[in-house]
Design a protein around this ligand. Structure first.
Ligand code: GCW
Length: 679
């Protein structure tokens, strides 16, 4: 049957090799039935049908002598059958794939979630042509929370969505019975995701109602779909809900009636959705209400909700994106970059165990490049999640190709020095550095109801990579990319090389023709697409580069706004020193003269001209590389991607010319290479 959407990396009709697996796919042996086991069996059946055009036999309860096939079961169940499973260090959601007898592969786990993840892994291994003889692998997720955030609105629009409309809502209705939601759950589960937030963090009037019975009953249905694949649902809530829904005069977190209202609400929710994950909260941020309205702290606010959810095992995920969004550009003392740390550091250790702080990668807002938020390494006693933006708000909105894997990986590999060398962000968000349980990674979704889910076909790689890094932040980007290409496009060497090139070079190219050196915020205000060098310069959002005829950038060093003092001594010294500061972040930390010499001997202004010219030329190379793949990928995909690359090329010229002209007009300095810069 013709699907109305692509199955991305779960297209089971391509197999590297069929012969080697013919014995394994004969039988599926299982021990019990429940939603998750059925999901595993269903997935294997589907794979065997689509990949091998065969129907496996299902065998329940028994393990016949000399049988070949795939066993799905809990470790205990296998032991009861007398099979030897050596001691292992399987975590709750981990799994073991082992050849337990000739041509008999077992997917084993301690939990049903582990079995679901293990089933997808086994399918992947077969699709990649891995040999299964003597296989014996254990995989454990490093982080406990692996979350996708949706910024979907009830009317079906998606805030910062670039791939069509919501798959969850339409015209203020919750979409149910959607096969697409089932396939989405499969896609997410196959990359290790275990939680999903179903609505926008900006919870407006209509969405406040989501916490009432008629809607909760609908969310229960969605919770069951995701639950089957090991994924819990969360909802974003409005902190003032007791006022809107409960008709209370206040939402003060220390008010007894408010606490009681949330307790009753929690009970009501869990009565309807027993496997509910919890709340995501954007409070005191960009016009959303929060505890500051009542002169209470974020710890007061978060803990109040946490107490209401605790009994049910629910979590409060509390965002740290708190800053004054009504700043005056004339005020050069206030530095927005400092806000998250200033608001949250004083409360380290005061949050309940079921509160998790969700911190954006950088201190500002998902710019092309930012330093890692100094809250990582400053919070020593608090559960933490790093928030990545998979959707490309500031990175070309899925018209431009911008693969984000390397950027995320750099953030995860960042050594905070919180406890001396080796205090990596990835060890903070996997909970191991500070011995915390409720930690992890969250990614703001880039999907919508477009045929290919992500607008740009190659932007699927960003979602895939997010999932893989959330499961294992140590995984190499090159391996993830290689795997994604093979699963999505097959095994042709030229295709693999070509797409690898496109993905791995795309972020640095985008950075070159937009805002290199950590500059940021030269984007059109509001919709955030295309260049506008002073679009944010005189506004109230705290987003300035202060370009003059002499210099550009904000002095955030100890001599300037003192933002650098929020980092460990190690980084403070490096960032403070213009000669030591990593050049790619130079203009984030320093105010630099146009004639300042960079490491390669070029002046700042010449570097700016060069990168902008080069960036556009490199987009041309992306197009050339892609056109070499014509006839090697499907026509539809080929045309769609080519169309976007051509747009990217046009728009990159706009970036180049606007930025170069702007700098030229500021400085009056000509391009040494005499390329054309508009007057
Ligand atoms: O990046 C900004 C976006 C807002 C978003 C906000 C946030 C959901 O421009 O659209 O709101 O961040 O992360 O809360």
């Amino acid at each position: 049957m013709e699907e109305k959407y692509s199955m991305c990396w779960l297209q089971y009709n391509t197999l590297k090799d069929k012969e080697s697996y013919k014995d394994y796919i004969k039988n599926i042996i299982y021990f019990e039935e429940n939603d998750k086991i059925n999901a595993c069996i269903g997935e294997l059946k589907r794979f065997i049908k689509e990949g091998f055009n065969k129907t496996p036999k299902l065998i329940k309860y028994e393990l016949p002598q000399k049988v070949s096939g795939i066993i799905i079961g809990k470790i205990e169940q296998l032991k009861q059958l007398g099979l030897e499973i050596e001691k292992n260090n399987l975590k709750d959601e981990g799994f073991l794939i082992k050849e337990v007898d000739k041509n008999l592969i077992a997917v084993l786990a301690n939990s049903y979630n582990g079995l679901v993840y293990g089933t997808f892994e086994l399918i992947k291994l077969i699709r990649l042509g891995e040999k299964l003889n003597d296989i014996n692998i254990i995989k454990n997720p490093k982080a406990n929370l692996r979350i996708i955030n949706h910024w979907d609105n009830f009317d079906g629009t998606i805030e910062r969505g670039y791939a069509g409309k919501s798959i969850f809502y339409k015209d203020n209705k919750i979409l149910l019975n959607s096969k697409r939601i089932v396939d989405y759950a499969r896609l997410l589960s196959s990359i290790g995701i275990n939680s999903i937030v179903l609505n926008n963090v900006n919870v407006k009037k209509r969405e406040v109602e989501f916490l009432t019975e008629p809607y909760l009953k609908k969310f229960q249905k969605i919770a069951n779909i995701f639950g089957k694949y090991g994924i819990k649902i969360f909802l974003s809530i409005n902190f003032a809900s007791p006022i809107y829904l409960g008709k209370l005069p206040t939402a003060d977190p220390l008010d007894k009636d408010v606490c009681k209202w949330w307790e009753d609400k929690a009970k009501e929710i869990y009565d309807i959705i027993p496997n509910f994950g919890g709340f995501l909260v954007k409070a005191d941020s960009e016009f959303n209400p929060g505890p500051y309205v009542y002169n209470r702290s974020h710890a007061d606010g978060a803990n109040m909700l946490a107490k209401a959810l605790k009994h049910y095992g629910g979590l409060v995920i509390w965002r740290c994106f708190v800053y004054n969004c009504r700043q005056d550009w004339r005020d050069t003392k206030t530095d927005r970059a400092k806000a998250a740390y200033d608001n949250f550091k004083p409360f380290d250790g005061l949050f309940d165990d079921n509160v998790v702080l969700q911190i954006k990668l950088g201190p500002m807002d998902f710019q092309v490049r930012e330093p890692v938020s100094p809250l990582f390494g400053a919070l020593l006693k608090t559960n933490q999640i790093i928030e990545f933006q998979i959707t490309q708000e500031y990175t070309g909105q899925q018209i431009h190709l911008c693969y984000l894997g390397q950027l995320w990986k750099e953030a995860l590999d960042f050594d905070t020095y919180a406890q001396g060398e080796g205090s990596f962000v990835k060890r903070i968000v996997d909970g191991s550095l500070f011995n915390k349980t409720n930690c992890g990674l969250a990614g703001v979704s880039n999907i919508g109801d477009d045929f290919n889910w992500t607008g740009h076909d190659l932007a699927q790689a960003n979602l895939y990579t997010f999932g893989k890094l959330s499961w294992n932040p140590d995984e190499k980007i090159e391996d993830i990319v290689d795997e994604w290409i093979k699963l999505t496009f097959g095994h042709n060497k030229k295709v693999i090389e070509g797409i690898t090139y496109l993905l791995l070079n795309s972020h640095s190219i985008y950075e070159k023709y937009t805002t290199p050196l950590g500059l940021g915020w030269m984007i059109n205000p509001g919709h955030h697409y295309g260049p506008s060098p002073e679009g944010y310069e005189f506004s109230m959002w705290g987003t300035y580069h202060r370009a003059s005829t002499e210099a550009i950038g904000v002095d955030r060093t100890s001599k300037g706004t003192k933002y650098t003092s929020q980092y460990s001594k190690h980084w403070q010294e490096i960032y403070d020193d213009i000669n030591k500061c990593p050049e790619k972040l130079l203009l984030f930390f320093h105010r630099v003269n146009w004639n300042h010499k960079l490491k390669n001997g070029k002046t700042l202004i010449q570097y700016m001209y060069d990168t902008h010219f080069e960036g556009v030329e490199e987009v041309k190379v992306l197009i050339e590389k892609w056109t070499e793949l014509k006839d090697l990928v499907s026509n539809d995909v080929y045309d769609r991607v080519l169309d976007r690359l051509n747009k990217q090329y046009e728009h990159s010229k706009e970036w180049r010319d606007v930025i170069n002209t702007y700098f030229y007009r500021k400085t009056g300095i000509k391009d040494e290479q005499k390329r054309h810069i508009y007057e």
